[in-house]
Design a protein around this ligand. Structure first.
Ligand code: GLV
Length: 326
């Protein structure tokens, strides 16, 4: 009998077809299904789960006695209780590397858009307000030769720094849990304290993973430490920023502008106050969302799943300490 795979939310159709050769794959288009009896029934017999951003809780795991592996189609894994999975002998995997450049492109795009007011001026043209020379109060801010501060110098942070350093002659500052000596060399990046980074950067770009330690890492105090001309970019997770503080920093002119791809609640609820900020560029969490990269992520996730279910170590195992219950 084929093992059962519960697939949900954004696994590419080609990959589903390929998985069906070896497994019984049951696909759900969304991932909020605990009140759906068919989802629960599938979970009960699933050996593997593959998809994007399923909120995995103890309650969900209690309903999945056969589960051996959860294969995230994302690099982030804040949806997974990693220690709990390890204790239960369930492997967890993610999809690093394939999305690094795509995500860095998107986040650098956000930075450019915020600095040069691209979204705002697109609206200006399309709403037929362009009937004179652009008034100076709508001028943007230079990016080239400015100072880019990156908080979280992982793979994507470094790829953003690379764009800034080689493409835009920017000076790179960074703050990270550990020094990245290689990046210091090839990107001429300077390791600085958080306070120094906030105070000295023209662009502050947040790229840390979400964890209890990074919850609301950027709040009122941090915005106050930034330059009044600073542009703040969040390409990490919404919960890493106090959105109330961001709103006030933008409205009161504590900083000049911001761009964010992520929000505490996604999709952003109707009527959210950040929607009224003209100096905020928003994206609907699309860092890795190009057709090519989404497909590559599905392939990597499927490889992880197949390795895990055939008794091998998945290439992108997150919880290396897992005591396999095979
Ligand atoms: C996207 O946010 C990811 O974690 O892959």
């Amino acid at each position: 009998m084929k093992k059962v795979i519960l697939a949900y939310n954004r696994v590419s159709p080609e990959v589903i077809t390929q998985l069906k050769e070896d497994y019984e794959v049951i696909y759900f288009e969304k991932n909020e299904y605990l009140d759906d009896p068919f989802f629960v029934q599938t979970l009960k017999k699933a050996s593997g789960v593959i998809g994007l951003d399923l909120k995995v809780t103890k309650e969900l795991l209690d309903l999945a006695p056969e589960l051996k592996i959860i294969s995230n189609v994302s690099v982030g894994y804040d949806n997974l209780p990693v220690d709990e999975l390890s204790q239960r002998g369930i492997m967890a995997t993610n999809t690093p590397d394939v999305l690094t450049d795509t995500t860095a492109d998107a986040i650098f795009g956000l930075l450019l858009a915020a600095a040069r007011r691209i979204a705002e001026l697109d609206h200006y043209v399309k709403s037929e307000q362009w009937n004179e020379l652009l008034p100076p109060h709508l001028f943007g801010m230079d990016v080239h030769h400015k100072r880019l501060g990156i908080i979280g110098m992982g793979r994507i942070g470094q790829a953003i720094a690379k764009r800034g350093h080689f493409g835009f002659d920017m000076e790179i500052l960074y703050h990270n849990r550990s020094r990245k000596l290689e990046a210091e060399n090839w990107l001429n990046a300077s390791y600085v304290s958080m306070d120094e980074l906030l105070a000295e950067s023209d662009f502050v770009c947040l790229m840390v993973p979400a964890s209890p330690e990074t919850k609301q890492l950027i709040s009122h105090e941090e915005f106050k430490k930034m330059k009044q001309t600073a542009i703040f970019i969040n390409g990490s997770r919404g919960q890493n920023v106090d959105e109330d503080a961001l709103y006030h920093a933008l409205e009161n002119g504590t900083i000049w502008a911001a761009g964010t791809d992520v929000f505490t609640e996604e999709p952003l609820p109707a009527g959210h106050k950040l929607l009224t900020c003209k100096n905020l560029v928003t994206l609907p969490h699309i860092g890795s969302s190009t057709a090519e990269t989404e497909h590559k992520m599905s392939v990597v996730a499927a490889n992880n799943l197949q390795a895990g279910l055939s008794g091998k170590l998945p290439p992108n195992l997150i919880n290396k300490e897992v005591k396999l219950n095979r």
